[in-house]
Ligand binder design. Structure first.
Ligand SMILES: NC(=O)c1ccc[n+]([C@@H]2O[C@H](COP(=O)([O-])OP(=O)(O)OC[C@H]3O[C@@H](n4cnc5c(N)ncnc54)[C@H](O)[C@@H]3O)[C@@H](O)[C@H]2O)c1
Length: 258
C-alpha cells in the first residue's frame, strides 16, 4: 500500500487563502501536487501565497473575490475552471475582540450579519458554485473549516457560533446528498490557533487573556496552521474516500477536557 498524500492532477480552491490557516492549507495542497487557486479579498496576500507556491515548484493562481457575493463566486469559479477540492476556510471570528465582545442580548441583526455572511453564506456560495462540475466528474472533496465555538458556544460570539454550527450542518447535508457521486464533505473544527487574526492575543503569552485561554487546552499552546494543512490534505486525498459527513476536532484536546 502506498501512503503518500498525492493530489497530483487535482485542482483546489482555498478560500481566505491569503494568510493564517488558509495560507498553510494552500501551501499544503500545492506541496501534495495540486494546482491551487488561492482566494482572498486581499489581492496582495493571495499573490504572495501564489508566489510562495511557485518558488517551491508548485502551481498556483490568484482568485480575488468576496465569498459573500454569490455572483462573484460563480464568475470566479468559472474563471478558475474545474475544481476538485474546495476548502471553505474564509472566516471572520472577530477574534481580535477576544473577551470583550457583546452579549447576544445586547446585539442586533446588523451585528450578526457579517458573521453569518462570511462563515455560513460564504461556504454555501462556494459549495453551490463548485458542486455541479464535481457531480459531473464523479469526484470531489469539500473541506470546511469550522470552530469549537459552533459546538460549545462562544460567550460574546453567538452569531459566530451559530454561523459555524450552520456551516457544519451544511457539510453533513452535502455529504448525504453527494456521496453517490464520489464527493465527500467533512469539517475540521479548530480550537484557538496562532494566526494573524489572533496575534494580538499571542503576542503577549503572559497576559491574563492568553493564560486564561490556554488553561482550557490540554496541549498548552495555540494551534499551528500547518497542523490544519496536513489534515485538510488527507481529507482531500484518495485515502479519505470513505470518510464523509464528519467533523474533526483539531484543538489541543480542548473539547474532551471540557
Ligand atoms: N484563528 C483561530 O483561532 C480560529 C479558531 C477557530 C476557527 N477558525 C477559523 O479558521 C479559518 C481561518 O482563520 P484564520 O485565523 O486563519 O483567519 P485570518 O483572519 O487570519 O485570515 C482569513 C483570511 O480570509 C480572508 N477573508 C475574510 N473574509 C473574506 C471574504 N469575504 N472573502 C474572501 N476572503 C476573505 C481575509 O482577507 C484573510 O486573509 C476561519 O474560518 C476561522 O473562523 C480560526
Amino acid at each position: 500500500m502506498v501512503m503518500s498524500l498525492d493530489l497530483t492532477g487535482r485542482r483546489a480552491l482555498v478560500t481566505g487563502g491569503g494568510q493564517g490557516v488558509g495560507r498553510s492549507i494552500a501551501l499544503g495542497c500545492a506541496a501534495a501536487g495540486a494546482e491551487v487557486a488561492v482566494n482572498d479579498l486581499d489581492a496582495g496576500r493571495a499573490q504572495a501565497v501564489v508566489d510562495e507556491i511557485e518558488q517551491r515548484g508548485g502551481l498556483g493562481q490568484v482568485a480575488v473575490f468576496d465569498v459573500t457575493d454569490f455572483a462573484a463566486v460563480e464568475a470566479a469559479v468559472q474563471g478558475v475552471g474545474r475544481i476538485d477540492v474546495l476548502v471553505n476556510n474564509a472566516g471572520n471570528a472577530g477574534a481580535a475582540g477576544f473577551g470583550d465582545r457583546s452579549a447576544f442580548a445586547d446585539t442586533s441583526p446588523a451585528d450578526w450579519e457579517p458573521f453569518l455572511r462570511v462563515n455560513l453564506y460564504g461556504a454555501m456560495h462556494c459549495s453551490r458554485a463548485v458542486l455541479p462540475a464535481m457531480i459531473e466528474s464523479g469526484w470531489g472533496r469539500l473541506v470546511t473549516i469550522v470552530s469549537d465555538a459552533g459546538r460549545t458556544g462562544d460567550v460574546g460570539g453567538a452569531a459566530y457560533s451559530a454561523a459555524k454550527a450552520g456551516a457544519a450542518g451544511l457539510t453533513r447535508a452535502l455529504a448525504r446528498e453527494n456521496g453517490r457521486y464520489g464527493i465527500t464533505a467533512n469539517n475540521i473544527s479548530l480550537g484557538t490557533m496562532r494566526t494573524p487574526a489572533t496575534e494580538p492575543v499571542w503576542s503577549d503569552p503572559g497576559s491574563d487573556l492568553a493564560k486564561g485561554i490556554l488553561r482550557s487546552y490540554v496541549v498548552r499552546r495555540p494551534g499551528d496552521p500547518d497542523e490544519v494543512a496536513s489534515l485538510a490534505v488527507y481529507l482531500a486525498s484518495d485515502h479519505a474516500a470513505w470518510i464523509t459527513g464528519q467533523t474533526y476536532p483539531l484543538n489541543g484536546g480542548y473539547s474532551f477536557a471540557l
